[in-house]
Write a protein that binds this ligand. Structure first.
Ligand code: SF4
Length: 344
């Protein structure tokens, strides 16, 4: 495993045309008025990411990055300084905007495909959101533009997960991120308004992962490994490996010194994980990192169990740091990002 080299612009703009049920920033009322971050500030962030060794820039939030009044110039600048680029987007701002961004050197879009049709309308609290996003996805497919997708798992979509995943694969997404909903910011008080008991997610997750195996590379972010069958453990990336996840960003921590990044990663995990039973004595603790303590408490630790033995074929991986993580084709040199030829 290698440290993630993606720099995130986490404050591109606060403007957004959706109001997602699971949005981490939903309750930050005042900040929604603050609008765009000035282009010069974003350029400096790109410069400092490049200086520390990042080679890709992700336009993330807090709102919808393509609504920044100078989004073209941000992508133009990233291209000019030799950084690859991606934009996490709801896909609703119109095809001309996206075409222009690809023309300016955008590497790919990451579409927040939380549902199909009316399900997406409900999650985004916008009539027609699903239809509009599908129009973009079909266009991306027709034009052969590279894109990947993320799905935030939640009460409104988890029973349709397999349909969303199948559609994404049919349309040509090159990577799928399944994101379980974590209690960041004020969400620890409201987690159960959105999150699903992990025990109830297992069947849909395993069915979806089974479907994707061999068809597309994918990652399951934030899930207790012990709830899954052993052949699915390798797809899980929890807090302890997030700084090594090529499909996430570096949180300002990228360094060529792997030990330094590992220390930060463990520190990150320590702040959120369960302490004591069932995680501390678990054979998977150094891979799973331990499940999120707030999430675990909200659902009374249901289903969690200390893993005391692993199948023979995983024994070697389990004794190596990152051994399971490296088994996921999405994370390794051969099958992961470097294998996606058409990313610029
Ligand atoms: S017991 Fe804890 S460390 Fe072990 S797999 Fe379950 S959540 Fe992860």
């Amino acid at each position: 495993m290698n440290p993630c080299k993606v720099l995130a612009l986490q404050d591109v703009t606060w403007k957004c045309n959706w109001k997602c049920k699971h949005c981490y920033f939903r309750r930050f009322d005042k900040s929604w008025d603050s609008g765009d971050t000035p282009l010069e500030v974003l350029k400096k962030e790109i410069d400092s990411g490049k200086a520390r060794g990042c080679d890709e820039v992700a336009l993330c939030g807090k709102g919808e990055p393509t609504l920044h009044s100078q989004v073209n110039q941000i992508i133009e600048y990233a291209t000019k300084v030799g950084m690859k680029s991606l934009i996490i987007t709801n896909g609703s701002v119109g095809i001309e905007t996206y075409q222009k961004l690809y023309d300016l050197g955008l590497g790919y879009l990451q579409i927040s495909m939380h549902g199909l049709g009316k399900t997406l309308d409900k999650i985004a609290e916008r009539e027609g959101a699903g239809q509009r996003q599908m129009k973009l996805l079909e266009w991306l497919n027709k034009e052969n533009h590279p894109f990947r997708i993320n799905i935030t798992l939640q009460q409104l979509n988890y029973q349709e997960l397999i349909d969303i995943v199948e559609k994404a694969v049919q349309l040509g997404a090159f990577h799928v991120s399944l994101l379980n909903f974590l209690p960041h910011y004020q969400w620890n008080l409201y987690l159960k308004e959105v999150a699903v008991n992990p025990v109830e997610l297992v069947d849909m997750l395993e069915e979806s992962m089974e479907y994707m195996e061999g068809k597309v590379i994918f990652t399951l972010r934030y899930f207790p490994m012990c709830l899954l069958r052993p052949n699915f453990w390798k797809y899980v990336t929890n807090a302890q490996f997030v700084l090594f996840d090529p499909w996430e960003w570096d949180y300002g921590q990228y360094s060529k010194d792997i030990e330094k990044v590992w220390e930060s990663a463990v520190g990150l995990s320590e702040t959120v994980r369960i302490k004591g039973e069932p995680c501390d004595p678990c054979l998977l603790k150094d891979h799973c990192g331990g499940w999120n303590k707030v999430y675990a408490q909200a659902f009374n630790f249901e289903g969690l169990k200390t893993i005391k033995e692993v199948p023979n074929e995983l024994e070697e991986a389990v004794i190596q740091r990152g051994g399971l993580f490296d088994l996921n084709p999405a994370n390794n040199e051969k099958g992961g990002k470097n294998a996606i030829q058409h990313i610029r």
